[in-house]
Design a protein around this ligand. Structure first.
Ligand SMILES: NC(=O)c1ccc[n+]([C@@H]2O[C@H](COP(=O)([O-])OP(=O)(O)OC[C@H]3O[C@@H](n4cnc5c(N)ncnc54)[C@H](O)[C@@H]3O)[C@@H](O)[C@H]2O)c1
Ligand SMILES: O=c1ccn([C@@H]2O[C@H](COP(=O)(O)OP(=O)(O)O[C@H]3O[C@H](CO)[C@@H](O)[C@H](O)[C@H]3O)[C@@H](O)[C@H]2O)c(=O)[nH]1
Length: 329
């Protein structure tokens, strides 16, 4: 039987596809290539298409004996979601609605879902635990939370089993160096810093240095993309074994400020990486750090890349080999 991976040509999706294939799973990828890259999926069956195209989706479900779905496909930029919220309701909620309808029509009852730390909004306590209040501060987080809820209601009504993985900040690249992070435009901190080190940008803008943190810059929990990839396989195994739904945080449990990330990148790259302080970015909470105790206890997951330097080194290896990302492949 086959695992359908939506958004499998994207950053986290492509690393998960590589992990699933490594584990001997059969994989079918569906991706619109809106932000992903065909070259990121070198093995497995690939279909270019949009989840909102019901006829297209129907064709994929008819052609393959699908056991479960891993659902990455989404728009996922915090700032953009504030500017064009309807695009987020359309591409995230409507697309997921089509996907779940097709799944249920074809008797597919298991889904692993890319949720996010953004569902918590401004956390009341650190580290954040799964039972903490979920009060998103932007449409991106709002649509992800709505999808989690949609899965829960579908469990009650139709028996759908879901695992929602709330990831914190994904970073790094595959250890074999053939796939990595390549977004256009790039908005994420670590790849932008590495573009400065490559000479593609003059400096990195720091979005606010007046947060209530030790050095005034935002603190995030950076988790290696291969640790995330392995968690998806474990979530699939959890669904197979227990026929039970669940929600899990995935982070390293350690927070690093924007300034600390820049300093570590200077050590890794040997580049001075000039900075400029800019205004705060709308919707950014000061600190997001996960407790992943539940994922460790229930899924048997453990982060293998806890050191920020190792995470940045692995991203740097990819950016050095492919300075223009997949355009160089
Ligand atoms: N990158 C992070 O730090 C992070 C953190 C938390 C959660 N997430 C979530 O993880 C998932 C993957 O993130 P990413 O950074 O790999 O993003 P990405 O943009 O690299 O990947 C998303 C993929 O989905 C595809 N896609 C989007 N809409 C589609 C549609 N309607 N039909 C078919 N394909 C579609 C895109 O072409 C792309 O390949 C997203 O759901 C995101 O919300 C990411
Ligand atoms: O040029 C930049 C880019 C980012 N930042 C800061 O760096 C931190 C990390 O930002 P970024 O890499 O853009 O990630 P987030 O906005 O934290 O969002 C990521 O992590 C979230 C979970 O925490 C996911 O939901 C999102 O999909 C994913 O993009 C934030 O404090 C930003 O303000 C800067 O100071 N300068």
């Amino acid at each position: 039987m086959t695992i359908l991976v939506t958004g499998g040509a994207g950053y986290i999706g492509s690393h998960t596809v590589a992990e699933l294939l490594h584990r001997g799973e059969e994989v079918v990828v569906v991706d619109s290539l809106n932000s992903g890259h065909k070259a990121a999926v070198s093995r497995g069956t690939f279909y270019k298409g949009d989840l909102r195209d019901r006829e297209f989706l129907e064709g994929v479900f008819k052609k393959h004996d699908i056991e479960a779905v891993i659902h990455f496909a989404a728009r996922s930029l915090v700032g953009e979601s504030v500017q064009i919220p309807l695009a987020y309701y359309d591409n995230n909620l409507l697309a997921s609605h089509h996907l779940v309808s097709a799944m249920l029509d074809h008797g597919v009852q298991k889904i692993v879902f890319s949720s996010t730390a953004a569902v918590y909004g401004k956390p009341k306590q650190i580290p954040i635990r799964e039972e903490d209040p979920t009060v998103p501060t932007h449409p991106y987080g709002e649509t992800k939370l709505a999808m989690e809820k949609m899965f829960r209601w579908c469990e009650q009504a139709y028996g759908l089993k879901s695992v929602s993985l709330r990831y914190f900040n994904a970073a790094g690249a595959h250890p074999e160096g053939e796939i990595g992070e390549d977004h256009h435009p790039e908005t994420h901190l670590i790849p932008i810093i590495l573009q400065v080190a490559l000479g593609q940008r003059d400096l990195i803008g720091i979005f606010g240095d007046d947060y209530p943190t030790e050095d005034g810059t935002c603190i995030r929990d950076y988790i290696h993309v291969m640790d995330l990839a392995r968690a998806h396989w474990l979530a699939l195994e959890f669904l197979r074994k227990h026929q039970q739904s669940g929600v899990f945080n995935l982070g390293n449990g350690r927070g690093f400020s924007v300034k600390q990330v820049i300093e570590t990148a200077r050590e890794v790259t040997g580049h001075p990486i000039p900075t400029e302080v800019r205004p705060r970015r709308a919707g950014d909470p000061a600190v997001l750090v996960a407790s992943s105790e539940k994922a460790q206890r229930v899924l048997g997951w453990k982060s293998q890349y806890h050191d920020l330097k190792t995470v940045i080194k692995s991203a740097w290896q990819w950016h050095q080999a492919y300075p223009r990302g997949y355009a160089d492949k």
